[in-house]
Design a protein around this ligand. Sequence first.
Ligand code: GSH
Length: 324
Amino acid sequence: MTQSTTDKDQLVLGYWAARGRAESSRLLLHYTKTPFIDKMYQMGDVPDYNRDDWLNEKYKLGLDFPNLPYLIDGDLKLTQSTAILYYLGRKYNLMGNNPKQEALIIMLCEQAYDLRLKFITLCYGPNGNSPNEQKNFIETTLTENLQQFDRYFSKNKNQFAVDDRPTVADFQLFYCIDCSCSFNGSHVLLEKYINVKAFLQRIRELPQLKDYIIQSQAQVPMLLKRISESMHLKELIEENLEEWPTTGNPFYLDMLYLHYDGYSQRIIVQRLNYISDEKEKILSCIRNASINDLFIAYGYQYTQPIIENYPFPLYTRSTIQNDT
Ligand SMILES: N[C@@H](CCC(=O)N[C@@H](CS)C(=O)NCC(=O)O)C(=O)O
């Protein structure tokens, strides 16, 4: 139940205007009919992906580890999406009835989260739009996961994932499996895994969630911003190499493994994650740019190295500067 009026006792769940890492908690709050402020921050569009809406507040909220999503519940200020989900689970008695159920809930949540992470990594990566990569994801990662979830559900004698009533695991499983089945062709696969399909349907039809799920899927995007390979290539080709880097597409940097060499004062590019005729040009541009040029071009933006499609933690400007 989203509320727009501010009441100091009301829960606040802050995240981008996307489903992303906040959605399982949103499902839980809607299921429990908890009034909460669904604070959604807007991210700007191409090419800057302006994050000011969030950055203007980021360090003013009293969060120990400022990030999105965050939850404010009175004097409790939490970040880390799974900590938020498990906290809400405990608060609303949705973490099982004993240690065994709780362990199963956590196992299922983490398993579902891992699947979603692989899906997201592909979507945000340079090959996210490639039909071949999507097909490969469906045939390998998704198939293996659906097989395992299907086997779990076929053995499970409860009405929901670990009990005869929903727990935190149901919200996480629903959201993560549902969104990981978004590529064309996934739904054909889902027909084969009837227990998973029936589970998704059961959650979708919960009277407490039915309307919310329809509304959220129609209005709130699943991903933050889609970064497509063609956009990178187009912009990179249009760049004037003499002046590069000039204007900012911060996600150029996301595709690279960057290492700040304090001695030479340069960012060393060790890997570029897609094959292109422009590769050598791009590499030489970046190699020849000083760290100051890069910071002028990319301003406050973080750089997130991705190696072999695995995103490494976000490095702040000062982390790179200090080479720590
Ligand atoms: N491990 C954290 C990751 C949080 C994270 O990476 N948040 C992204 C959005 S998914 C973000 O944009 N955070 C805002 C920031 O870095 O300032 C979690 O699960 O909550």
